[in-house]
Write a protein that binds this ligand. Structure first.
Ligand SMILES: *Cc1c(COP(=O)(O)O)cnc(C)c1O
Length: 362
């Protein structure tokens, strides 16, 4: 069986190594996974209760996701018809790519950035134009230069995975003023709830000012619901209506929808996670400063840092010590590792191992 030719250019997604696999392979009793930017504090207790009470598993979910759209509409002050629900942002990225991209089109994105934008563009046969980060940050002026009349989508991952850096409000607005109306600017805000920078742009009101702007958010990171697969996009109603055609009839489960509604209400949980994350992020900053190691200041729940050895070597050494991180090798930063911020105990243990590595390398 012959698949589309362009699939031979791609590989199936390789997730962070699962804990049980590492335990088995290395004979370790305790393994800590700091590789997939999951919430180390789990999810809101109220969500657990809601999951328990969700009785009707034998009937199809509400395909339109009415209740969840109402909740998002209330909490974020956007209209219901401006919301697209997906089985995680991964699926939203797929829906948008499938609906918009043809072989005549191109996308513009940063590099390195989140892998799925180019992945789906390639599957649709579109051209991928990659613009290197500048000092670890999206180079919006250079991205503007890369746009032409065939550019359907510009991806702005804000904050950016894997660098953790962000584009500020002024940079974004200057950019939006110049982008042609035929090009959709998609702001992937998967880490929105972790941001503390005061000049980070509040983008939802922009969708009314700019019909070519879309904002994406997810319940997988700060809300701690990665296992449920639920995320959404917000954009002008006309665009959302078109995208709805490319969506599977029941793409989000009833469990995921009900949980998301409750998760949105428990603002205190997310705030607590944001504060804890900041405090723990500082622990890594301190370690890097003390050892004069390069790192990118992060607005997320992960940090990209240099240890003086290759990312792959650091990854292997940390794995043997029971800590699963991400090697920068697979993320476009071969001399770095990306560590998800865990609980205080997890971070203390990880930093002990990082210190050992740094001391050995010197
Ligand atoms: C994790 C992540 C996603 C995907 O999130 P899901 O909602 O779990 O599919 C999308 N974009 C970025 C930048 C991410 O880091």
């Amino acid at each position: 069986m012959k698949a589309k030719q362009q699939l031979s250019l791609l590989q199936a997604y390789k997730p962070g190594k699962p804990i049980d696999e590492v335990k088995r392979e290395l004979g370790l009793e305790k393994v800590v996974k700091l590789a997939s930017n999951e919430n180390p504090y789990g999810c809101s207790k109220r969500v657990r209760q809601a999951l328990y009470e969700q009785a009707s598993l034998s009937v199809y979910p509400d395909g339109a996701g009415t209740g969840m759209k109402e909740a998002i509409s209330t909490h974020l002050s956007v209209n219901k018809d401006e919301i697209l629900l997906g089985s995680g942002l991964d699926e939203v990225i797929q829906i948008v790519s499938r609906a918009l991209l043809t072989q005549e089109d191109n996308i513009v994105q940063a590099t390195p950035t989140f892998s799925q934008y180019s992945h789906h563009a390639v599957i649709e046969g579109a051209e991928v134009r990659e613009v290197p980060l500048y000092d670890g940050v999206h180079d919006l002026p250079a991205m503007l230069q890369a746009i032409d009349e065939h550019t359907k989508i510009v991806w702005v991952c804000n904050p950016n995975n894997p660098s953790g850096t962000y584009v500020n409000e002024q940079q974004l607005i200057s950019f939006l003023r110049e982008v042609p109306p035929s090009t959709l600017v998609i702001l992937d805000e998967a880490y929105y709830e972790y941001v503390v920078a005061t000049d980070y742009p509040q983008t939802l009101p922009l969708i009314h000012q700019y019909p070519n702007v879309m904002v994406m958010r997810t319940f997988s990171k700060a809300y701690g619901l990665a296992g449920l697969r639920i995320g959404y996009a917000v954009a002008n109603a006309q665009l959302i209506e078109q995208l709805e055609v490319a969506r599977l009839p029941f793409n989000t489960s009833s469990l995921a929808q009900a949980s998301a509604v409750v998760a949105l209400e428990d603002i205190a949980f997310v705030e607590e996670c944001r504060e804890k994350n900041r405090k723990e992020l500082e622990r890594y900053y301190d370690f890097c400063r003390k050892n004069r190691l390069f790192y990118y200041p992060s607005e997320t729940n992960f940090i990209l840092m240099e240890l003086g050895i290759s990312g792959d070597m650091a990854f292997q050494a940390l794995l043997r010590a029971g800590y699963i991180v991400r090697s920068g090798g697979a993320l476009g930063f071969p001399s770095m590792i990306r560590v998800s911020i865990g609980t205080a105990e997890e971070n203390k243990g990880c930093i002990e191992q990082l210190q050992r590595l740094v001391d050995e390398a010197r």
